[in-house]
Design a binder for this molecule. Structure first.
Ligand SMILES: Cc1cc2nc3c(=O)[nH]c(=O)nc-3n(C[C@H](O)[C@H](O)[C@H](O)COP(=O)(O)OP(=O)(O)OC[C@H]3O[C@@H](n4cnc5c(N)ncnc54)[C@H](O)[C@@H]3O)c2cc1C
Length: 389
């Protein structure tokens, strides 16, 4: 067995916590995140609608493992010196770095988002605002996040009229049956849908769009996600969106001591192509990076990531949803599961993510994910990935 190393994990989301727990089997870990509690991002739309769960204290989530949690923000990385600088002024040295800073709402798309719109990172503030008064709340974004939020608000924020504005069709990645169900459910919940409407600016009284002005009281921007600039600033090779380019073992293509996982990485696997920014991607890539660190410590070449999606899950309030089974290449099957069964499956998946982290704490190596039937020969085409810089 190879030498014990100091592994620093920056970012304690789904990817970072999974990596930290698994790597703690063999190595000493420092886990850095500014928040005291683990953010269950996949439930932020529920929080926005006033449903508060019990906070999951990060320290408890990793208790009993050789993991030192540090409540701080990483402000820069020096991959040459193998150090991370924290906002506290502390410099941490590492043997291996796991970069798991995730993503956040892109507030640069049109003018006025920062000043006049809420984002899901402000879910609690949004919930507080909606608990006072009434009026129209406009959700911008027709992807899974916007749909889930609009449905959740319509079901619970009774005094508010909910509007969903999207540049295309809501749930465009779903099958025709899935898209129809989303439309019908939003209508049943009383959501006013403005499809094929592009927002040009957000202002105090609502939105300017290519179909004219939409007045309203509260705007929530849920249209697109962006990644932190730390990787690019550190000199890691990144794509046009700032996501770090990685090899099949999750190693940065430019700095192999740095493993990049979750939303912050651009991961491509044969058969599926580019992986989605999703919790369903974050946990497998986090676990796989830990396995790769172990392999390298033993002097072995790490295995390539083997991964496939089984389904996409979208909640439509607490009693409805869409489970969209997907093929190996992540394209939608024709059939979907909808209604209460879908809502139950969605809730089961959400509970499973946290339960998996807790199981991984008790016994690292427990968490498993779906894989294609035949072993992948290579998980990334480094040459084409490098060109994407
Ligand atoms: C409302 C909503 C619903 C969703 N539903 C689903 C779903 O049903 N299924 C699914 O697969 N995905 C879903 N997603 C997407 C999923 O939440 C993300 O893809 C996932 O959280 C990515 O995990 P991650 O670990 O890469 O990053 P994150 O979960 O974003 O974690 C990143 C962590 O890094 C920390 N951090 C950031 N900057 C720094 C810094 N400078 N220093 C230290 N720490 C830092 C943050 O505090 C955070 O804890 C949903 C997202 C939203 C918003």
């Amino acid at each position: 067995m190879g030498q014990k190393q100091h592994v620093v994990v920056v970012g304690a989301g789904y990817a970072g916590v999974t990596a930290a727990l698994r790597v703690s089997r063999r190595h000493q870990v420092t886990l850095i995140d500014p928040k005291e509690s683990f953010t269950e991002r996949i439930r932020l739309h529920e929080l926005a609608a006033g449903r508060t769960g019990t906070p999951v204290v990060l320290r408890d989530l990793v208790a009993g493992r050789e993991i030192n949690t540090v409540q701080a923000t990483a402000t820069s990385i020096d991959p040459g010196a193998r150090t991370v600088l924290l906002d506290s002024g502390t410099t941490l040295a590492y043997d291996r770095l796991v970069y798991a800073l995730g993503s956040s709402t892109d507030t640069t798309r049109v003018p006025g988002i920062v000043e006049h719109a809420y984002t899901l990172e402000q879910a609690k503030e949004l919930s507080d605002r909606l608990s006072r008064g009434s009026g129209t709340v406009t959700v911008v974004g027709g992807g899974a996040t916007g749909i889930e939020l609009a449905a959740e608000l319509a079901e619970s924020a009774g005094a508010w009229q909910v509007r969903l504005v999207t540049g295309g069709e809501p749930g465009s990645g779903l099958s025709a049956a899935g898209r129809t169900h989303v439309r019908n459910s939003l209508e049943r919940l009383g959501v006013h849908l403005h499809a094929h409407t592009r927002v040009q600016a957000v202002h105090p009284g609502g939105l300017s769009t290519d179909h004219g002005e939409l007045t309203g009281d509260v705007v929530v921007w849920a249209a697109a996600f962006t990644v932190p600039s730390l990787a690019a600033e550190a000199g890691l090779r990144v794509d046009a969106r700032g996501r770090a380019l990685v090899d099949p073992a999750m190693r940065s293509l430019s700095h192999p001591d740095v493993f990049v996982v979750g939303d912050a990485a651009r991961v491509t696997v044969p058969g599926t192509g580019e992986l989605r920014m999703a919790c369903a991607t974050a946990m497998p890539t986090g676990a796989h990076a830990a396995e790769a660190i172990d392999a390298l410590a033993d002097g072995r070449e790490p295995e390539p990531l083997r991964f496939r999606y089984l389904a996409q899950s979208i909640s439509l309030g607490r009693h409805d949803g869409v489970i969209q089974p997907v093929r190996t290449d992540d394209s939608a099957h024709r059939l979907v599961i909808t209604g209460r069964p879908a809502a139950r499956i969605n809730e089961w998946i959400n509970r499973y993510t946290l339960a998996s982290l807790r199981a991984e704490r008790r016994r690292p190596g427990t968490y498993r994910w779906a894989k294609p039937l035949r072993p992948a020969r290579s998980a990334v085409a480094p040459a084409s990935a490098a060109q994407a810089q």
